[in-house]
Design a binder for this molecule. Sequence first.
Ligand code: GDP
Ligand code: MG
Length: 330
Amino acid sequence: MPVSVALIGADGSGKTTLFNALTRGRGADGVGMVDVPDERLQRLADAVKPKKVVAAQVRIADAPAGSKAQRIGAAREADVVLKVARCFGPEPDPAAELATLEVDLAITDLATVEKRLELVEREVRVGKKAGTEELEVLRRAREHLDAGRPLSELSLEPGQRALLAPLFPVSAKPAVVVANVDEALLPDGGAAAATLGPEAVVVPARLEAELVELDPAEAAEYRSSYGLRAGGLDAVAGAVWRAGGLITYFTAGEPEVRAWPCDRDSPAPVAAGVIHTDFEKHFIRAEVTSVDDLVAAGSMDALRAAGKLRVEGREYRVQDGDVVFFRVGR
Ligand SMILES: Nc1nc2c(ncn2[C@@H]2O[C@H](COP(=O)(O)OP(=O)(O)O)[C@@H](O)[C@H]2O)c(=O)[nH]1
Ligand SMILES: [Mg+2]
């Protein structure tokens, strides 16, 4: 299951340019799959020497051409939205741009919530539904959205939030703000980008789109000449993982060394279910180590033989950087 990310933002903020940079120009029809760079995966692969190395994947969707409603609608399926703000060109005002976007997202969700509210109110009236909690949540959501605020800022219990989930509210989604800056303003991005605060990821999209044409060593040299340490994708992927509440764990066998994205604090059987739904059902236990210990030992088998794999049960929460072997029944 790749993590899905949708680009969203004002016209001309550089979404398509960023899309091309992130997908290395290999996207088709506005969708591209990209491998998430992770130095731990490479270290594991160097130690284990598997037949195959598989990175975690992100599915990136560019904002489609079309109306504002269509562009926003397309983001409703995503796990995380990337809000791209223009910090280049004439009179950039990315903070205002994002504020407008927030209101547009709220308006989109308001329409959905109002429609649902009407339906539920009618069903409660004719006695088809108790629905008092859903009604209360919908009314609170309406009030909040009506004030132009995103649902991500409405404080709800997990159970209440689940009542809104079937509506796919776009303003409730985890979001990453990308400050698309001119390369002349690197590395910090300049005054416009600074108005977005320290959480914004500074990416020179046009430069990055050009750098993906070069071989990696050359691109790295260019990057360092601009004072940039990592590629745009590294920074964006890191921010998507943080915003989306994701961790990465690894499996490391002879046939395949692989990175798996997983919700933070997932119990071991749920984490196993990322590999295969049957793994969740038939989970027996997890054998766990760290990247460093595995790299030192060379294989899971060597660690197992030395009694150095931790054995964890159903309650264990898989951690970022764990290397796991799941024992499953049938
Ligand atoms: N100077 C500069 N121009 C950019 C940058 N990113 C995009 N552009 C330009 O801005 C225009 C709009 O970009 P585009 O990606 O099509 O925006 P979209 O409407 O959000 O998809 C194009 O002419 C790009 O070349 C950037 O980082 N710096
Ligand atoms: Mg575009």
